[in-house]
Design a protein around this ligand. Structure first.
Ligand SMILES: Cc1ncc(COP(=O)(O)O)c(C=O)c1O
Length: 398
């Protein structure tokens, strides 16, 4: 099918909920994707932090091919080895105790929030509230959207579940001000992604951990976007040196196959009962085989060190661009290979312009261009990205 035909049929057939860019992706290779007409694009979005080992990663393709022939699905009525093998790797890497699998980031956060509710109710009877942060994003289910600190997602969904409090990231006083005796958990993205790439400060997360310890409140890190090597450590909590009670993963974990995971520390486990959580597809053998390959690949020193050094290179590149185009770029935020460039009201135009120049970037919001390349992007490819970004800024500067 030609691109123009795809655009036309999409208009007629699909629920028009996505603001899609005019690009049909037919295949991918390394850090590049190709449209049906053969034009190639350097992908600095990586399927929203999913294709983290790049496209066509052979060990992944082979594991999926082999796994598809062996066993696609078994249900959680029975045991399967791929699930166990993935759980073992995640427990070893995290130091946390147990794992629950499901299919997406939102579902993983639902499970973590429910686990915290169980803790609050079973240990204290009266604790049920969640504290979350402004600008956060935790998913599209009714509960995860309710702990998402962006009003635009709440419109026309009211009444939302009761007992959700919001504080400001990197402002411990705002947390102390709103927290009360009925809070069972604090949920935070160590690096806020959808809200525009806002990294937490180390001291802030340490203070939040101390507050949670003092009051026996569970700390949930949503690492759906910033985990899996994105910060230069396998888990973002390792980058921050703060251990949460529950960690959620999805996106890059399956490298393209849908899988979510929740890692449990001892506190939520202490109240856990049979039947608390469940999922038909969760931890299906095919997704677990894929995820095992991804975990093995991303946890290597080569990949993690590469993310850190390429992150430094991007930071320098962005600093130079901010100097040169100070009328367009007002702030640059990020860590590792997760960056947000603040360009008030110009993100959509820049994304479109970059697309025409053969580079994919994303508008996290109208003010922020977000860059989430595959962790395997090369330094040369990053130099190409910076060159094209610079040309795009040059074209719109007045
Ligand atoms: C931090 C974070 N949490 C949760 C989600 C929801 O994940 P999913 O779309 O897989 O449900 C996202 C998705 O962007 C995310 O960035």
């Amino acid at each position: 099918m030609k691109s123009s035909e795809v655009f036309q049929e999409d208009e007629q057939l699909m629920l028009s909920t996505y603001r899609r860019l005019p690009l049909v992706i037919e295949r991918g290779e390394g850090s590049w994707v190709f449209d049906p007409e053969g034009k190639r694009y350097l992908d600095c979005v990586a399927g929203l932090a999913v294709n983290i080992m790049g496209y066509g990663y052979q060990p992944l393709a082979e594991a999926v091919k082999e796994g598809a022939g062996l066993l696609l699905h078994a249900s959680n009525l029975y045991h399967t080895v791929p699930q166990l093998s993935l759980a073992k790797s995640l427990c070893e890497l995290s130091g946390l105790s147990r794992v629950f699998f499901n299919n997406s980031g939102a579902e993983a956060n639902e499970v973590a929030l429910k686990a915290a509710r169980f803790y609050g109710r079973r240990k204290y009877g009266s604790r049920y509230k969640f504290l979350a942060f402004h600008r956060s994003f935790h998913g599209r289910t009714l509960l995860t959207i309710s702990v998402t600190g962006q009003e635009k997602f709440h419109q026309d969904l009211e009444p939302l579940p009761e007992g959700i409090l919001f504080a400001r990231l990197n402002d411990i006083q705002s947390v102390e001000k709103v927290i009360d005796k009925e809070v069972c958990a604090i949920i935070v993205e160590p690096v806020q992604g959808e809200g525009g790439v806002y990294p937490a400060e180390k001291g802030f997360l340490r203070d939040v951990r101390a507050l949670c310890d003092e009051r026996d409140i569970l700390l949930i890190f949503d690492e759906v976007q910033c985990g899996m090597g994105r910060t230069g450590s396998f888990f973002a909590f390792q980058h921050y040196e703060v251990t949460p009670d529950l960690v959620t993963l999805a996106k890059g974990l399956g490298g393209g196959l849908p899988i979510g995971a929740v890692l449990f520390g001892e506190k939520p486990l202490s109240v856990s009962r049979k039947g608390d959580q469940g999922s038909t597809f969760g931890g299906n053998p095919l997704a677990c085989r894929a995820a095992k390959v991804m975990v093995e690949a991303v946890s290597t020193p080569d990949i993690l060190q590469g993310v850190r050094s390429k992150g430094e290179m991007l930071q320098e590149g962005f600093a130079a661009l901010k100097n040169r185009y100070s009328s367009i770029i007002t702030q640059v935020r990020g860590v590792g290979l997760m960056w947000g460039v603040q360009v008030p009201n110009r993100a959509a135009d820049i994304v479109q312009g970059m697309l025409e120049r053969g580079v994919l970037v994303n508008a996290a919001n109208p003010d922020t261009v977000r860059i989430l390349p595959p962790l395997t992007i090369t330094q040369d490819e990053l130099r190409h990205f910076l060159k094209v970004f610079s040309a795009q800024l040059e074209a719109i500067v007045v």
